[in-house]
Design a protein around this ligand. Structure first.
Ligand code: UGA
Length: 434
């Protein structure tokens, strides 16, 4: 089913992906943002988010006349039957999601929405926001629907077009069905529910993923202590269909713009409901500890002993983004571990395929970023892999061995082939690997 016009407010990776993908499904979509320069670039088909397939979909939508970009939410909602809110909900004071952007958009558009329009919340928002949105709108004829997104950065287009499920929550059945119908061509299982349940699905899913990762990181630590091998353990676990193979790779801790924010928000949500969600607290604590554990691994690899000094030790860092396939540094575990290594006195030179030297982002303070992995390795006492960029596997490890001061690798992603490294003369240290 096609509606006359869909508005998408916010052109971040969720909004732009939603707009471009809905247009690719045949809908007419108008995307809005407050950034005039960005709107100009998008109108010219220039996409500045690193998201595979997105630029092509934007170009296709523009060429087909089904996708357009306008400055400001007011211009987009005019004449739109369905309005998607895809604006940021960052972690605010005390870990509670900050809804000020959502609120200011609602204030702006409330008097402009056509009669009978549906407002869809795609931003991750606390349970109860749909109800609050309806109150703020002060319009009985407008339905508010919660339709959480499950897109991963770096595969957002793929995830949108091949969803595991669509979740639509609204107390008005016809509005929920209207939103669900927008995705009908995707053929995904659809959960139609009330708004509060839909809002909770998002938190419950992200917290479960974080919990899975904290669990696997703890099991990897146990493997280190017991002489077992985490890759065999997770393979053996993952064949159980109730567990599955996905999201079982140990690492330096989970990060990014979603899992840390959503686990904190879940704690607050539970707290406000007078429930102590200890499992989530333990999930977060385990993640913070994981970063310290990575530093300890480096200390042992470099000095040969627990608690060994890293003062003036030179380290080459491979990967700074929060995961591979993105240039996003927000809440990056790689940066958190790097900061701890610097605090311990180490000097860091880093290479990341998605970053250039001179990157203005302040989080990089004190880390020298270079444009070539071989330069990052020059004269270092150890190389530390912190992000799982596949290209690191294909580096010329013999060449790297020739430029380092000491041929030691700490691979916090279990990314590299230990045999290849050993043949090149490196000592390889992974997580929970024999
Ligand atoms: C996450 C969820 O996976 C999406 O379903 C959700 O829609 C999104 O948040 C969101 O709320 O918008 P994303 O933040 O893009 O997606 O990142 P993930 O791919 O989930 O990775 C999160 C962190 O876990 C990264 O630091 C990653 O390196 C780490 N990770 C992931 C591991 O350490 N091991 C794994 O096996 C998988």
């Amino acid at each position: 089913m096609f509606v006359r016009r869909i508005a998408v407010v916010g052109t971040g990776y969720v909004g732009l992906t939603t707009g471009a993908c809905l247009a690719s499904l045949g809908h007419h979509v108008v995307c809005a943002d407050v950034d005039a320069e960005k709107i100009k670039r998008l109108t010219n088909g220039e996409v500045d988010i690193l998201e595979p397939g997105l630029a092509d979909l934007v170009a296709e939508g523009l060429a087909a006349g089904r996708l357009s970009f306008v400055l400001g939410a007011a211009a987009a909602v005019d004449g739109s039957e369905v309005v998607f809110l895809c604006v940021p909900t960052p972690m605010g004071v005390g870990g509670v999601a900050d809804l000020s952007v959502v609120e200011s958009v609602l204030e702006e558009v409330a008097p402009l929405l056509p009669p009978g329009a549906v407002v869809v919340n795609k931003s991750t928002v606390p349970v109860g926001t749909a109800e609050r949105t309806a109150e703020l709108l002060e319009r009985d004829d407008i339905a508010v629907v919660s339709n959480p997104e499950f897109l991963r950065e770096g595969s957002a287009v793929h995830d949108f077009l091949h969803p595991d499920r669509i979740v639509v929550g609204c107390d008005k059945q016809d509005a929920a069905e209207k939103v669900a119908a927008l995705y009908a061509r995707l053929g995904a299982p659809t959960v139609l529910t009330d708004a509060a349940s839909a809002e909770l699905v998002k938190y419950a899913a992200n917290c479960y993923l974080a919990m899975k990762l904290s669990y696997v990181n703890a099991v990897a630590e146990l493997c280190d202590r017991l002489g077992a091998d985490i890759s065999d353990v997770t393979e053996g676990m993952g064949y159980d269909k109730r567990i599955g193979q996905a999201f079982l790779n140990p690492g330096p801790g989970w990060g990014g713009s979603c899992l840390p924010k959503d686990t904190s928000a879940m704690l607050q949500l539970a707290d406000a409901a007078d429930f102590e969600f200890r499992l989530i607290r333990a999930t977060i604590d385990t993640n913070n500890r994981q970063r310290q554990r990575m530093v300890e691994k480096v200390r042992i690899a470099v000095t040969g002993k627990r608690g060994g000094s890293l003062s003036k030790v030179r380290l080459g860092v491979l990967g700074l983004t929060f995961k591979a396939g993105t240039d996003d540094l927000r809440d990056s575990p790689a940066l958190a571990v790097s900061a701890l290594l610097r605090q311990a006195g180490a000097k860091l030179t880093a290479y990341d395929p998605a970053l250039r030297s001179g990157d203005p982002r302040s989080d990089l303070d004190g880390i020298t970023v270079v444009d070539d992995p071989y330069r990052a390795a020059e004269g270092v006492d150890a190389l530390i892999v912190l992000t799982e960029w596949p290209e690191f596997r294909g580096l010329d490890w013999a060449k790297l061995a020739a430029v380092v001061n000491r041929p030691v690798v700490v691979d916090t992603r279990n990314l590299l082939d230990p045999d290849v490294l050993r043949r090149a003369g490196f000592e390889w240290n992974g997580l929970g690997r024999r």
